[in-house]
Design a protein around this ligand. Structure first.
Ligand code: G3P
Ligand code: CA
Length: 290
């Protein structure tokens, strides 16, 4: 702990990067002082969240980082969806009216593949599908994007960490070329620890605002702490930066979900390393990085 804190204090004194994911990574704030901008569930203010259209929109707007949410179907397929139910973001109630409460884990991948995941958002996106994680990773690769992957509700899906890492490996995302392009995060710190223990080279993040007294323990297996923006203070960001993670770099901070210019400027002023947003264009303009 002492070494971590001292190293963090030295880094702060030198004004160096708060988070160094690795040399050349644009997820660090330190080179320019400008936080990375991460399109939350894709550019989800402009296209239906967690669809391929949403990550295409992020790319079209000129953003490389996208965030998603991963869950598992009844027959064991990993799919990209935020809620544990299909109700809000698909037409599942119409297609399967007798299957309330429409939990992801109660439907097969083939059944989910029949659903419209875009029409609820706009008629222009009618017919968009819930992507499998395999389809999603291929589109991220095609778009030359980077991924902040959230393991959602891991308590519902035993073994999802290993399964997700296997898929990422099969898709080539665990090689050295992808190391700067992938962060795996969860609200469940045991899940983050499991990811780190299974694949120590992978960059990880704990969602939430853990007490400062917890940070030393978390720094054994997490590279970033990603809090809700309303919970943040300058002092908290500094405290997080004062610890070193499992890869020997200061812990980073990505704040969510920031959709207005004033808040973006505020958290940037606290020294965060990334801003997770449904409106990446608004954040970019606010930070003057257009
Ligand atoms: O990446 C941060 C954010 O996605 C966490 O909250 O509920 O939008 O998944 P949620
Ligand atoms: Ca998420």
């Amino acid at each position: 702990m002492y070494a971590r804190v001292v190293a963090g204090a030295v880094a702060a004194a030198l004004g160096t990067a708060a988070v160094l994911l690795s040399p050349g990574s644009d997820a660090r704030a330190g080179d320019t002082g400008t936080p990375a901008v991460i399109a939350h569930r894709g550019a989800s203010a402009y296209a239906p969240e967690n669809t391929l259209a949403a990550i295409d929109k992020a790319a079209e707007l000129g953003f490389s980082w996208v965030e998603n949410d991963v869950q598992r179907t009844r027959d064991g397929e990993l799919v990209v969806l935020h809620d544990d139910s299909l109700q809000r973001t698909t037409d599942v109630e119409d297609v399967f009216p007798g299957r309330a409460p429409w939990k992801v884990r109660d439907f097969t991948a083939a059944e989910i593949g029949r659903l419209d995941a875009g029409g609820w958002f706009s008629p222009a996106y009618a017919g968009a599908r819930v992507p499998t994680l395999t389809q999603y990773m291929r589109r991220v690769e095609h778009n030359h994007e980077k991924l902040l992957l959230e393991i959602k509700n891991p308590e519902l899906y035993p073994g999802i960490e290993q399964q997700t890492l296997k898929l990422l490996g099969d898709e080539g995302w665990l090689d050295g070329r992808h190391r700067d392009r992938l962060i795996v995060q969860s609200f469940d710190t045991d899940s983050v620890r499991a990811v780190h223990e299974l694949k120590p080279a992978v960059t990880t993040a704990c969602l939430g605002t853990p007490a400062v007294t917890e940070l030393d323990r978390l720094a054994d297996f997490t590279d970033l702490v990603n809090p809700a923006h309303a919970s943040l203070t300058r002092e908290y960001v500094s405290a997080v930066h004062g610890f070193h993670g499992p890869h020997g770099r200061p812990l980073g901070v990505f704040a969510w979900t920031v959709d207005d210019a004033a808040t973006a400027r505020g958290v940037a002023g606290y020294g965060v390393d990334g801003i997770i947003t449904n409106k990446p264009d608004v954040v970019r303009a606010a930070l003057g990085s257009d």
